[in-house]
Design a protein around this ligand. Sequence first.
Ligand code: OXD
Ligand code: MN
Length: 592
Amino acid sequence: MEKHFSSPTVAAWLQEWTDRLDPERVELVTGEPAQQEGLVDLLISRGSIVRLDPVLRPNSFLALSDSRDVARLESRTFICSEQESDAGPTNNWRSPSEMKAAMLPLYEGAMRGRTLYVVPFAMGPEGSRFQMLGIELTDSAYVALSMTRMARVSKAVAEAIDQSGDFVPAIHSVGVPLAGREDVPWPCNPESTYVAHFPETREIWSFGSGYGGNALLGKKCLALRIGSVVGKREGWLAEHMLILKLISPTGKIYYVAGAFPSACGKTNLAMLVPTVPGWRAETVGDDIAWIRRGEDGRLYAVNPEAGFFGVAPGTSVRSNAMAMQTISRDTIFTNCALTREGDVWWEGATETPPDGLIDWKGLPWDGQGPAAHPNARFTVPASKCPMIAPEWQDPAGVPLSALLLGGRRSDLIPLVTEARSWEHGVFLGSIMASETTAAAEGPTGKVRRDPFAMLPFCGYNIGDYFRHWLEFGAESKEGLPRIYLVNWFRRNADRKYIWPGYGDNVRVLSWIIDRLEGRAAGRDTPLGVVPAPGEIDLAGTSLSAEEFAPLVEIDLADLAVEVEDVKGYYANLGERLPARLRDELEELHKRV
Ligand code: OXD
Ligand code: MN
């Protein structure tokens, strides 16, 4: 085998895994254009991707997955800490020795007849103290190619790893060795899928799935699950948050970060095109924020990723014109429908579907069921976004003025509510709930608690996570961003969304800024401060003040039911739940 690394640690690790996986060949991936083209040609020749029409969608491709491998698999995701209590009540737990004993035999010869791609990658901008290095070993050319877009993959990164010998080892196999067997376009092994994390040793082992967060291991596995554990140890936060830059009509710059569960509009908000004249916005990140406290007390955030892995269905010129421009070329689409002209389509892209679609299962679409899978995705470098902020790769990060916590709630939760304090904000984050979406396996539309949108991504005990948040703000309140609960998804009696959302969300952000600048008095409610009548600018919307009013009303009977539900939820979280949060719940109980 050609020697790719001179660091004894890296070389020995790579040799051990190469021996175990037993691939036919090994290829170091450093992401040069010629190498990417080679991966593309290979994937095309195998039928794993098709090239889209070069005029309609230059340098873009469509992959269709196996129909059993379409989303993150929370039931197959494990946090393998030494102590079960350190994984906590919200994670699946196996002991490291038990999980490794179960998985090692699966990896034995798993890459026979295949290429082992060695993908050195960096999460976080170059030269940043935020940066973390990893090496993903994968037998999927689709994953290797996608990693060159989602993470920083380069010769320089490979050299940095070789020099430091410090990296997060991330093993990925689709789990289908080719001992004389024909390959299939999307190999996977759903019967034996595991996505395992070993927080104490900072290792990631994934087997059996080639889809999204199960397979692109820099994203959910490293930047969130392992990242959250490292952050707890080192005193920073790894969060499931977008980062948006807002420029006010007077030219003042504000950065906000927002936690929303998967498929709840993070990418849309990250690419907001304000409908109120004078406001402008730029994108810093759409999914993950690493946050540290600066010397001035403010919180600084970086986006550790290099690309967007966004949900395609629902994305349109109306809902997200910027995303549509971002993905107008140089994009890998997965599980979208294919048009007769060789372009992609998904539900919501246009009002009426074009004739002659091939659906995400590769069959002529019969109009029954969705043409694109509801969790169909686009993978594109962030640099392709026309509104990417010039400072999006600033090693120091950007200083945050406000944190948003959002869910998809048809009822109860107002359009926007300001937390009374950092601690109250942490309480609101801890009880966040949202209707489930197609981003994960299982039924959609069911309300579940998803604290800080981190339920599937927190790599340790959620009670300890809340404590970490509380402690993060305990030192000094100076410079801390204020915390806001938001909900774009309230419905009326006809089950129609009341708030127009998308670009009109700037109206909510501008109220938040009015609050920060002391320009809006707000109205106190048991849940926190909501906009007083007239404080949200509705000019240019079709909403009247009467139609708007219910968006900031809190039904006290509903809130009482919620409080009871939270009591049950808190009881299940066990004794590591900070007493301070129980006190906050008690106070809320008294207020209703
Ligand atoms: C994602 C997710 O892919 O949260 O970002 O599922
Ligand atoms: Mn996400």
